[in-house]
Every structure is written in C-alpha cells, then in structure tokens.
Design a protein around this ligand. Structure first.
Ligand SMILES: Nc1nc2c(c(=O)[nH]1)N[C@H]1C(S)=C(S)[C@@H](COP(=O)(O)OP(=O)(O)OC[C@H]3O[C@@H](n4cnc5c(N)ncnc54)[C@H](O)[C@@H]3O)O[C@H]1N2
Ligand code: MOO
Length: 392
C-alpha cells in the first residue's frame, strides 16, 4: 500500500493539461483561461466625467460665473476647447473636453439660462476618471478559472473570443452483476447503480463532461466491450470490481488491454483498493465499488486529476482547520477520512465524526459537511484538538 500523497503524485503523472479551444465570451464562465490574454485599449480610453454637472477649468470660488458653450454626453464627445469663464454641460461617462480640469456637480451650481454660478459649499473633487485608471492597453489576464466577475473585464478589454482549456471528457463505467439503473425493477439480489450519478455531478461541477457508459457485467468479455467504449475520453473511471474477490476483474481485463498500472492499493480508509494507470494512452482510475469509497476517492483523486487536465495545476484537495467536537480513538495503518459534521463556534468550527463510518452508508455521506482527516497511526485525540478536514 502506498500513501495518499504518493498515489496522488502518480495520478498527476498520468495527466497533462488538455489543448485550448476558443469559445465566445458569452460561454466562457466557469471555463479555464488557457493562456494569458491582453487588453488592446485603455479603460477608460479617455479622461471621463464621473458625475452629471459642468466641466470647467481652475478652482472656482462660490459666486463665480461661467458661460455654457456646449454639451458632452456618454458616446457624444464635445470637440471644442474650454477657456476661462466657460463651461460645458457634461454627463457621467462623457469625455472631458480639452481645457477642462474639473467637473462641478449640478447640485453645486445655480443655472440661469446659459449661465451657471457656483454655490456655497461646492465640493473640491475633480470628478474626472483619468484615462486607463481601470486598466491600460497591454494589461494581462492570467490563466485561471473564469468567474462571472472576470467576464466584464474581458468584455471591457474587447476580447470577444476566449481561449479556454477543452472540457475533459470523463467516461464513467459502473461494473457488477448486481447493478441496475435507477427506474429499472431490480431482482431481490440486485441494487441500484448509484455512485456514477454523484461522480458525474462532481466532475461536471468542476468543468468536465461526464459520459456515463453502460453497466459492465462481471465478465471479461463485457468489461472489455465497455472499456473499449471509453476510447476518445480524457479520463476513464471504473467503479467496483477493484478488490480481491473472484469477480473483481477490472484490473485483470484492463491489463489484458494493455493498461500500464501506476499503483494499486492505498493506505487510506475508505478507498483502499484504488487503482490507477494508463489504458490505451488514457489515464484510468479504478475506484472501489462501495459508494462512499468511490465518492471519497472522487474528491481526493478524480477531482484533482480533472483540475490538472483543465490546466489548473497539480494540487491536493483544499483542507481547512477545525477543533474536534468529541474524543476520537486511535487510527489504524490507513489514513482515515471520516464523514463528519461541522458546527460553527467561536474561532475554528467544531468537527464531529459520525459514529457510523461504514463505506456503504450513502445517507451518512449526504449528512456530512466534511471529511475529518485522521493521519495513519495517530493516537486517540481528545475533544478540542486542532485537526485538518476537507470540506465537502
Ligand atoms: N477479502 C477482502 N475483501 C474486501 C477487501 C479486502 O481487502 N479483502 N476490501 C474491501 C474494501 S475496503 C472495499 S472498498 C471493497 C471494494 O470492492 P470492489 O471495488 O471490488 O467493489 P465491489 O465488490 O464491486 O463492490 C463493493 C460494494 O459496492 C457496491 N457497488 C459497486 N458498484 C456500485 C455502484 N456503481 N453503485 C452502488 N453500489 C455499488 C457493490 O454492490 C458492493 O456492495 O471490497 C472490500 N472487500
Ligand atoms: O476502502 Mo473500503 O473503501 O474501506 O470500504
């Protein structure tokens, strides 16, 4: 058995960031910018008025008067030059006319016909946004996952088409004679294939495209057929058939198809029989069948691999700190990821593992907010101890 860290490093060694494709800005949210993009203009492109009022020059005193000689609006520049004792009616977003050094807001003047007079208490701010105060031509947006806020920036930079990493296609293969699809009528010795739904949702939330392949029965021929259907995917994920039973055929069949194994079995609980390798050039993750085992391995290995394929780098899942809400016993020879509940408290949140940690319990998984990380070989720990956890 290798450690979780070694296994994750081997998973990353199987993955390379995918190529870029171009999408319209409108479809770029949530995608990963594949390479830096550059602004081709300043924003604002001209000194602009920040307020509705009157553009003029100098530092007017209360009672000073100015003659109106024109009007500037957003999208309607006034092309003349302002001289002393002259003013131009101006609106928010309009270019500041030549010769003007400030905008006096309309609340601070009294207007009579084409003359304005500065009132007592007029504020001294210029109300001018300098050209390029937001960004300059040549400003770079670095590769990252694009959030809604980023799209306004790209649009302002006049970037209509965005280079993004192609969405990884993740083929998901449930395996086992006991499985039927939701909605079918199972025999009494059958259960519903459930894990693939959470795994598909997890990878899709991360920006991948999940391809749910048919359930492969526990025969070499059928596993071969369904594994072959994964050709063209960027990542192949099998569920079940990873352990040591007579019907656990996934590793054997994949190897007969030329899978180069990167590792098999990890010192973690749940998820011990995890397997990884490269099948016909495609990274492959063989998840254990128990629902919680497959989904915990999904968080710990599958999602980091998807992020690596997207070009987001090679990082383990983010962890956070909490304090134990109850005493916990010693761990065994495997790092234990315990389904736990978080409760807010003064300072760090309190984390309390559920009493029942069987890797078949989907209900407990749905009630959990976090995976408490108990390092392998750790002793008993009292309530109040600071610990690491992975938010779910
Ligand atoms: N003698 C040993 N037996 C087992 C060991 C071991 O070390 N020695 N390891 C146990 C551990 S730990 C795990 S985890 C499981 C993993 O076994 P497999 O990956 O071979 O999974 P299966 O046997 O196919 O299934 C296990 C369990 O999960 C159910 N299952 C499978 N696929 C799905 C699915 N898509 N949706 C819902 N449920 C699924 C399956 O019916 C079984 O109940 O092995 C232990 N055994
Ligand atoms: O790893 Mo198994 O996942 O302990 O149930």
């Amino acid at each position: 058995m290798i450690s979780v860290e070694e296994a994750l490093a081997k998973c990353f060694a199987l993955t390379r960031p995918l190529a870029a494709e171009t999408v319209p800005l409108r479809h770029a949210a949530g995608r990963v910018l594949a390479h830096p993009v550059m602004a081709t203009r300043d924003q604002p492109p001209f000194p602009a008025s920040a307020m509705d009022g009157y553009a003029l020059q100098g530092d007017p005193a209360p009672g000073d008067q100015f003659i109106l000689i024109g009007e500037a609006g957003a999208g309607h520049a006034w092309s003349g030059t302002i001289g002393p004792a002259q003013a131009v009616r101006i609106f928010t977003g309009a270019p500041i006319p030549d010769g003007a050094t400030r905008v006096v807001i309309q609340e601070d003047v009294t207007r009579t016909g084409d003359t304005i007079m500065i009132r007592d208490g007029a504020d001294a701010a210029t109300h001018i946004r300098p050209a390029g105060q937001d960004f300059r031509a040549g400003a770079i947006v670095a590769p990252r996952r694009l959030r809604p806020n980023d799209l306004a920036l790209l649009a302002a930079m006049n970037i209509a088409e965005v280079p993004v990493t192609r969405r990884p296609i993740v083929a998901i293969i449930p395996t086992g004679d006991e499985l039927v699809m939701p909605g079918e009528t199972p025999r009494h010795d059958q259960i519903i294939a459930s894990n693939s739904y959470t795994l598909a949702a997890l990878v899709e939330a991360e920006g991948a495209e999940a391809r749910l392949l048919p359930i492969a029965r526990d025969t070499e021929a059928e596993l071969f057929t369904v594994l072959s259907m994964a050709d063209g995917a960027d990542l192949v994920v099998t569920i079940g058939g990873a352990s040591v039973g007579d019907h656990d055929l996934v590793g054997r069949v994949a190897e007969s198809m030329g899978m180069e194994r990167a590792f098999y079995k990890i010192a973690m609980r749940p998820g011990k029989p995890l397997m990884a390798g490269r099948l016909r050039g495609i990274p492959m993750l063989g998840l254990p069948g128990n629902p919680v085992s497959s989904i915990v391995c999904g968080h710990l290995f599958l999602l980091p691999m998807v992020r690596a394929l997207l070009g987001l780098g090679e990082y383990p899942p983010a962890t956070a700190r909490a304090v134990l809400g109850a005493d916990v016993g010693p761990t065994g020879p495997r790092t234990h990821y315990m389904r736990s509940r978080l409760a807010p408290s003064m300072g760090l949140p309190r984390i309390t593992p559920f009493d029942r940690q069987d890797s078949a319990l989907i209900t407990i998984l749905t009630e959990a907010d976090a995976l408490l990380i108990r390092p392998l070989g750790d002793g008993p720990r009292p309530a109040g101890t600071e610990v690491d956890y992975i938010p779910l």
